[in-house]
Ligand binder design. Structure first.
Ligand code: FDA
Length: 305
């Protein structure tokens, strides 16, 4: 119930505008978000890569309704990728992109063209793009755009959410040679005919999906903080004789950092999803909906400011 309320609030534009200018935003920014500017995210990237971790950078923003805003998001990604390339970080840092941020709600063709420009810049910088998966109404469109982008940019990554009842089927379709697939549980509200809601069902689905991806010839990117799922991933890697370079663990910036370092220290590939930018509200609300302790942290940062 609490989760549903926070997820509903995460979609409210009025609340979003009020919150993004609120003074306690800095507390949220410090914990889960690298900062507002490219320099902030590059500092965090250098620190994480210096510690042996990999990075995927997300320029915060979603649900773009103005073509000029979509263009500004693309421009920001292009300059970020240029900086990653010129600093030689392309082999350790990639980018994650929300298609709603580059104009999907305005026109799917515009989103494809914008995403294509980002993929081309990523290739020039020696890195890759992964398309985030947003709410369930956008899954078919995201998979369609993924197919389109992969014609010219075959390393474009996909995200599959295990809470979707069709997730195992999607994984089977995407488990082919060279296919980069990020598996997560899913962070948006969804109706029960489309998605599981019980944690146990979402976790069982995650394991089924992981088995498909780890057994196949693609490149699995296992995005979870869940200790049990991380342990099962390790066992599946042994079972399928996957070398440490043959898959990745992925976690969010600010969550289970010690575990990220531990896994990287053992020789595993660990990629950290690092968001930056000023439109932090939707992202932060989803983190709070996942875990009340995250909400407590933000409230503490408000009271101790
Ligand atoms: P869950 O939230 O169920 O937590 C399981 C366990 O992990 C907890 O019981 C606890 O043991 C541990 N844990 C979790 N948080 C912790 C904390 N703060 N401190 C200590 N322990 C903690 N979603 C989406 O819908 N579309 C997307 O494109 C993406 N992209 C994405 C990329 C990456 C790299 C990640 C890691 C995640 C996403 N997500 C996402 C978010 C994802 O769907 C999911 O909401 C969160 O990862 C939380 O789910 P967990 O798998 O961590 O499990």
């Amino acid at each position: 119930m609490f989760r549903q309320v926070l997820l509903a609030a995460s979609r409210s534009n009025g609340v979003r505008r009020a919150m993004e200018t609120a003074p306690f935003a800095q507390g949220v920014v410090r914990r889960f978000i690298a900062g507002g500017e490219v320099d902030d995210v590059l500092d965090v990237t250098l620190s994480l890569t210096g510690d042996g971790r990999l990075v995927t950078i997300d320029h915060l923003g979603e649900d773009t309704t103005e073509p000029s805003h979509a263009e500004a998001v693309v421009t920001d990604y292009l300059s970020l990728l240029d900086r990653l390339g010129s600093q030689g970080l392309g082999d350790r840092a990639e980018v994650s992109v929300k298609l709603s941020a580059v104009g999907r709600a305005l026109d799917e063709g515009l989103a494809v063209e914008n995403a294509r420009r980002i993929c081309a810049a990523a290739e020039t910088a020696g890195t890759t793009v992964t398309l985030d998966m947003e709410d369930h109404t956008t899954v078919a469109s995201t998979l369609r755009i993924l197919r389109e982008l992969r014609r010219d940019h075959p390393r474009t990554g996909a995200v599959i959410q295990s809470y979707l009842r069709r997730s195992e089927e999607y994984c089977a379709e995407l488990a082919y040679e060279g296919s980069r697939v990020r598996l997560c549980k899913g962070a948006y509200a969804a109706p029960s005919d489309v998605a599981y809601s019980a944690r146990a069902d979402i976790d069982k689905s995650y394991v089924r999906c992981m088995k498909v991806l780890m057994a196949g010839p693609g490149y699995p990117m296992l995005a979870t903080h869940d200790p049990r799922l991380i342990e099962i991933a390790g066992a599946l890697a042994v079972l399928h004789d996957r070398a440490p370079g043959g898959f990745e663990y992925q976690m969010l910036y600010g969550i289970r950092s010690a575990e990220q370092s531990r896994l990287a220290g053992m020789g595993a590939q660990v990629r950290v999803y690092v968001p930056y930018g000023r439109e932090w509200y939707g992202y932060a609300m989803r983190r709070m909906a996942e875990r009340p302790a995250n909400l407590a942290f933000v409230l503490r940062s408000f009271t101790t400011r």
